[in-house]
Design a protein around this ligand. Structure first.
Ligand code: FHN
Length: 432
């Protein structure tokens, strides 16, 4: 069956994608952990706090003086990710604030110069490898601390009446050299890196970026040259699509696409990134955590449409995960212990599922994820052949397959039963 088409949102303007022949682990994994960590964990309000509260770089540097994450133990992070069923982790090496979590030779605005005194990236990479997880870096193209990063529509100084004068001395070519130099450090000094999430280009001409501020896109970042260097340094790496040039996978954010992502007729790998509570960075007073049930449904929904889920945690200024995040991860891990066979290596099925349900398919197994158990039969799709056997995935208990008139099939359980989890249907192999 041809993949159902998907209309990209306006901000997803990348027209060409490389598939990932060199990184099959990516779609096999289906589930990863995003980690947003930096000085913004100290104000503990949002990772965009510099922008939202117009905090200038000199004012914001006070957090640099107090950054001392004494409870930082990336082995704990790795174990929490593994326990949740995640197969890769992606850490912000530098977010828009410009603070670097590794011992960069190109700046003193880095973790090794704070009371922390540690190359946080080095310890992170080692811990992931110890736990057998794939190593991912996030790297911000935007840098609100760097003296050459020109003040634009998102910059904390954008309302400064002196902004235009301040911009006169700024040179994006010098910033570009810094950006490329730091990416080279990250992809040279820490062994094999499996995944890279650049963030983000905004040359989409939207209102935020017109006028004197200009917009930053592929020219500002030197995207083609940067990506060529990345592939030269790490040939097997999976790179996202936010350099405004072809990447290996698409990155919808905080929403679930309506179906498989198709670009110019080609179905592309994609990964939705989501937060636990609407904030990427640690947000102390934000108690609006998504339920585990909703998080599981987002994971299932994504896989059912051929996508991955990158679920975010924002560590505190002490370097650990807050209890609410730990509880969310544990809840997902409990579900994954019984149901990961319907997630890892699975993808979309070419049939339309019943209402309030999703199909994920892996080989000759069709997994029917019931978000609400219907009060009557669950009608099965018209398959190329008969469903041979059905069972509940969580406890392998058999489920009766009913032969209905007109060559149709349905499954049901004892009337009124509300079983947990996912139904596994063993299918004939051929695809219609
Ligand atoms: O501005 C960032 C934001 O802080 C966060 O890092 C997300 C994660 O995908 N990316 C940008 C917003 O799209």
């Amino acid at each position: 069956a041809s993949p159902r088409s998907f209309t990209f949102t306006p901000s997803t303007t990348r027209k060409e994608f490389r598939m990932i022949p060199h990184a099959p682990w990516f779609t096999e994994s289906r589930f990863g952990m995003f980690v947003h960590w930096g000085l913004y964990a100290l104000p503990a309000r949002h990772e965009w706090v510099m922008n939202r509260e117009r905090i200038s770089a000199p004012e914001y540097e006070k957090y640099f003086e107090y950054f001392d994450p004494d409870l930082y133990d990336p082995r704990e992070w790795a174990r929490a990710a593994k326990g949740a069923g995640m197969k890769y982790v992606v850490l912000t090496t530098k977010h828009h604030e410009g603070f670097c979590l590794w011992d960069s030779a190109l700046t003193d605005y880095k973790s090794t110069k704070t009371p922390c005194g540690q190359d946080l990236v080095a310890a992170y990479v080692e811990a992931l490898r110890e736990e057998g997880l794939k190593v991912g870096f996030y790297h911000s193209l935007i840098d609100w601390h760097h003296p050459d990063f020109t003040i634009d529509g998102f910059h904390p100084e954008r309302d400064n009446p002196e902004a235009q004068r301040l911009n006169e001395g700024r040179d994006m070519a010098r910033y570009r050299e810094y950006l490329h130099g730091q990416v080279r450090e990250l992809l040279t000094n820490y062994g094999t890196i499996d995944y890279l999430f650049f963030d983000f280009s905004y040359a989409d001409g939207s209102e935020n970026h017109k006028g004197i501020w200009g917009a930053k896109g592929r020219e500002a970042w030197g995207s083609e040259e940067l990506l060529a260097m990345v592939r030269e340094l790490q040939p097997g790496i999976a790179v996202n699509d936010r350099l405004d040039i072809p990447g290996d996978f698409a990155t919808p954010e905080q929403y679930q696409p309506s179906g498989p992502m198709v670009v110019d007729g080609v179905e592309v790998p994609w990964e939705a990134c989501q937060t636990l509570n609407g904030s990427w960075g640690y947000d102390r007073d934000n108690l609006d955590y998504k339920s585990v049930d909703l998080l599981v449904r987002m994971l299932v929904d994504g896989v059912a449409k051929g996508g991955n889920l990158l679920l975010n945690v924002g560590p505190t200024g002490r370097g650990n995960f807050d209890p609410r995040a730990v509880e969310s991860l544990r809840g997902i891990g409990d579900w994954m212990k019984l149901h990961s066979r319907s997630i890892y290596g699975a993808g979309e099925a070419p049939w339309t599922p019943p209402a309030d349900a999703r199909y994920t398919r892996r080989g000759d197994r069709l997994y029917l994820h019931l978000f609400a158990w219907p009060f009557e039969y669950v009608h099965l799709p018209e398959l190329a052949g008969k469903v041979e056997y059905a069972q509940l995935l969580n406890d392998a208990s058999e489920v009766a397959v009913l032969e209905l008139t007109g060559n149709r099939q349905a499954v049901t359980t004892a009337q009124g039963a509300q079983p947990e989890g996912t139904l596994t249907l063993k299918l004939p192999v051929q695809r219609p």
